[in-house]
Every structure is written in structure tokens, then in C-alpha cells.
Design a protein around this ligand. Structure first.
Ligand SMILES: NC(=O)c1ccc[n+]([C@@H]2O[C@H](COP(=O)([O-])OP(=O)(O)OC[C@H]3O[C@@H](n4cnc5c(N)ncnc54)[C@H](O)[C@@H]3O)[C@@H](O)[C@H]2O)c1
Length: 420
């Protein structure tokens, strides 16, 4: 059987996501399963070249996993023969410059979200990639979660009737770093380093809502920096300048209202770290990372408000578990396989830089809504290539004409200014 090696420069593999989800659970897992077989029987074989700032850390990771290629020089790594893909999982603020370098080197680019720190830059990267004729993609891992795949199946099967609303709850307590070490890197809490929960999570909410429920048409958000000082990796206190919680309301096409809380300052009293309740005329569902439960209208109880008595019904017991009916792979790996097929055999891949730009746009407009204390329309973005169109956000419009570009710098630097 013919084997085709695909060199992948992986930048940021010393980080949390880069190491665990992308190197271990995706690229090395694909190698462990014997590669990826294409339609004509060729086996695609990813060959990672680890890139980062610390040679010692890169060498340690490579040796731990029997890899031989690493470099602290991005340009040199991209120039190596056999390299076809650049993958970026660095901190957000370092991404755009490296992606540009990769495009200039003529490599296909796959990257973590957010694609860039503002929409203008995200669209510019999309344009440059199109002009260079390289394939491009952005991680949209939540779409591959078993819970959301089952939710999407319910939507596609017409379970809900008319969808009325969505309520999402995401978050957990991230330790401040003083008496217990923080479980997220400190740059997440500094706006000057590309941090902030709106910049981080609204990218996810954009593709989740667009693809699973309906396209997002407006946003109203209130952010907060509930914990203003944290302790960093170096043991020293630092000013947490970024938002650590966001309370968002999104209007979707068809009059659906989605309300999503995102917080690193809440304690979990839920079954999973993210849960979405979808209510429709025919039934409701609660979907998390893995589980999805439903209640059909025919099974809906008729509670009567009576604070004088203890609850008379076990409401949670009145829901039914949606069966898997399929095998679900790791979401990051599943999307990596699709990107490799996109590069090697022209497979479909709708999660391109334009989809990434829509995520950045929602974050940016969320920040603008918070800053200005008002609801903000989400205009459709100009789409130079006209290629991938996700979630019905399809018709190219002039973003500049309707004010989108005016908001584009409403990104990171303004997140530090809570609405008064
Ligand atoms: N898809 C998801 O669910 C998801 C979840 C978390 C993070 N992310 C994204 O992944 C990216 C990485 O996040 P992470 O949590 O792995 O971060 P991390 O801090 O653990 O890793 C960051 C990586 O960037 C490198 N880096 C390059 N320049 C740097 C600089 N100037 N300062 C510090 N580090 C620098 C680090 O060496 C490290 O390899 C971010 O863009 C983030 O938004 C995505």
C-alpha cells in the first residue's frame, strides 16, 4: 500500500492544547492507528516537526514520543522538504504573524482559534491564503463533541418543532494561583497578551450556534473582571486586565434567542462543564460534552408553583437519554483527519479562515456591545473566495459599508474597560 508522508510544522506544542489535544490525541493517535487511508488506498502519514521557543522542551517532547524533528526557527522548519502544513497553537497574540510567514512559504495552514485578534486581520489572512492558493482551516472542536453531535442530530431530525430558545452554561472555577496553582495559563487573564473570556469563548459560540442551531444575527454582552489580581506561573501577583466572565444574549435567525454564560469564576453544579438547553414547541433537550437528554411535549409534566411544599417531582428523572448510535472519536482528531483529507484528496472542509473570522467577529462585537452598553447587529462578512459557507452565513456583503470594520479594533485593548 502506497504511503504518503505529510510534513506538519506544529508551533506551540509545548502548550496545553498543542501537546495534549493536537500532538498526543490527534497526530500521534493517527500514527498509532496506522495513518489515514484515502479513497485510492494511499495511507496518509503525518510527520510532525515540533516548533517552539525552547529547544530543551521541544527535545524532551520529541524524545518522549520517539520523534526526531524539532526546531526553534520557524522559517527554517517551514522550508524543509516534505513540509505541506503549518499548524499554529501558540498563544493567540503570536498567531497572525506566524500564519503570514507560513502562507508566504506556500504551506497549507490549520490553526487553533481565535484566528487573529481582530476581524480585519482574520479576513486579511483569509485573503492572503486564497491568493497563495493554500488550504486553510480553523479548529472548531466543539462541533465534534458527542453531546453536540447528538443535539445536531435532533435539530436535523425535526425533534424540536420550532426552536424558541437556547440557554448555555459554560465554566468552572479557575484558581487564582495564590493558595492553589491556576489550571489555565496566566496570559488568559491579561488583555495585553490576547486573553479574555469573550475573545476565547465567543469564537466557539459563533460556530456552535451557526452550525447547530441557526446563524447569529445580533449580540448583547456584559463582561466582567470578577478577580482583578491573580498569581502567575512565576509565583508573582499580576493585574488580571481581561474579562473572566461574560453574560451574552444572541439573537439567531428565525427569532431564536440564545443566552450563554461563560465564566472562569463559577463553581460547577451541572453534569458537565458546558451544557446547552434547547427549548422547542415539540420538545426540549439538554446537551453537554458527551450526554444529551430530551423531553418530548407528550412527556412534559405540569408543575404548579407552590413554595409552601417541597418539590413534588424529580424533574431530572423526567428526561430521556439520547443514544449514541455511533462511535465518537476525539473531536480534535476527527477534525485533523478531515483537514488532512482536505489537503491530500480535496475532501470538504467548511471550517476555513472565513469561518474563523466569523468567530473573531462575534468576539469583537461582543466586546463592543459591552463597551457601548447596547445590542449590536452581526453583519455578514465579506467573503472573497466564495468557497466555504457554514451555517447559512453565505451571501457576501460589504462589511465596511455596514460598519463591521469600524468595530474591528474593538478587540483586546478595550476588553480591559468594563462598561460603566
Ligand atoms: N479549541 C479549544 O477548545 C481551545 C482551548 C484552549 C485554548 N485554545 C487556544 O489554543 C491556543 C493555545 O492555548 P493554550 O491554552 O494551549 O496556551 P498555553 O499557554 O498552554 O500554550 C501556548 C503556547 O504558545 C507558545 N508561545 C509562543 N509565544 C509565546 C509568548 N510570547 N508567550 C507565551 N507563550 C508563547 C508557548 O510556548 C506554548 O507552546 C490559544 O490560541 C487558545 O485560544 C483552544
Amino acid at each position: 500500500m502506497a504511503r504518503r508522508s505529510i510534513g506538519i510544522v506544529m508551533n506551540g506544542v509545548t502548550g496545553r492544547m498543542g501537546y495534549r489535544q493536537h500532538l498526543l490525541r490527534s497526530i500521534l493517535a493517527i500514527r498509532e492507528q496506522g495513518g489515514l487511508t484515502t479513497a485510492d488506498g494511499t495511507v496518509l502519514w503525518p510527520e510532525p516537526i515540533l516548533v517552539g521557543r525552547s529547544e530543551a522542551k521541544l527535545r524532551a517532547i520529541a524524545e518522549r514520543h520517539g520523534l526526531t524533528e524539532w526546531s526553534t526557527d520557524l522559517g527554517a522548519a517551514l522550508a524543509r522538504p516534505g513540509v505541506e502544513i503549518y499548524f499554529d497553537t501558540q498563544i493567540t497574540g503570536a498567531r497572525a504573524a506566524a500564519v503570514r510567514t507560513a502562507i508566504e512559504a506556500g504551506r497549507h495552514v490549520y490553526t487553533e482559534k481565535p484566528l487573529a485578534e481582530d476581524v480585519e486581520e482574520a479576513l486579511e489572512l483569509a485573503r492572503l491564503a486564497d491568493e497563495a492558493g493554500v488550504r486553510h482551516g480553523v479548529v472548531q472542536d466543539k462541533l465534534f463533541l458527542p453531546g453536540l453531535l447528538k443535539l445536531k442530530r435532533l435539530v436535523d431530525g425535526g425533534f424540536f418543532g420550532r426552536i424558541l430558545s437556547v440557554r448555555g452554561e459554560f465554566g468552572y472555577w479557575v484558581f487564582e494561583g495564590d493558595w492553589q496553582e491556576a489550571q489555565r495559563p496566566s496570559w488568559n487573564y491579561r488583555v495585553e497578551d490576547g486573553g479574555g473570556i469573550i475573545a476565547d469563548m465567543f469564537c466557539h459560540w459563533r460556530y456552535v450556534l451557526d452550525n447547530v442551531i441557526a446563524p447569529v444575527r445580533s449580540v448583547q454582552a456584559l463582561g466582567a473582571t470578577h478577580i482583578p489580581e491573580r498569581v502567575g506561573e512565576d509565583g508573582k501577583p499580576y493585574a488580571a486586565t481581561a474579562d473572566d466572565a461574560a453574560y451574552g444574549i444572541f439573537e439567531l435567525e428565525g427569532g431564536i434567542i440564545a443566552q450563554i454564560n461563560s465564566s472562569w469564576t463559577t463553581r460547577v453544579f451541572r453534569d458537565e462543564l458546558v451544557e446547552f438547553q434547547v427549548d422547542g414547541t415539540e420538545g426540549s433537550a439538554v446537551a453537554g460534552l458527551r450526554r444529551c437528554r430530551v423531553q418530548h411535549r407528550s412527556m412534559t409534566p405540569k408543575p404548579v408553583w407552590n413554595p409552601d411544599l417541597p418539590a413534588t417531582e424529580d424533574f431530572r428523572a423526567q428526561w430521556q437519554e439520547v443514544p449514541d448510535n455511533a462511535e465518537f472519536d476525539n473531536g480534535f482528531k476527527a477534525q485533523w483527519e478531515l483537514f488532512l483529507r482536505h489537503v491530500a484528496e480535496d475532501g470538504a472542509f467548511p471550517w476555513d479562515f472565513y469561518a474563523g473570522a466569523r468567530g473573531v467577529q462575534l468576539a469583537e462585537l461582543g466586546l463592543r456591545s459591552w463597551r457601548e452598553g447596547r445590542r449590536v447587529e452581526v453583519p455578514e462578512l465579506a467573503h472573497a473566495g466564495g468557497a466555504a459557507k457554514a451555517g447559512g452565513v453565505s451571501e457576501p456583503v460589504k462589511a465596511r459599508a455596514n460598519g463591521a470594520s469600524e468595530s474591528v479594533k474593538a478587540g483586546a485593548d478595550e476588553a480591559s474597560e468594563p462598561a460603566k
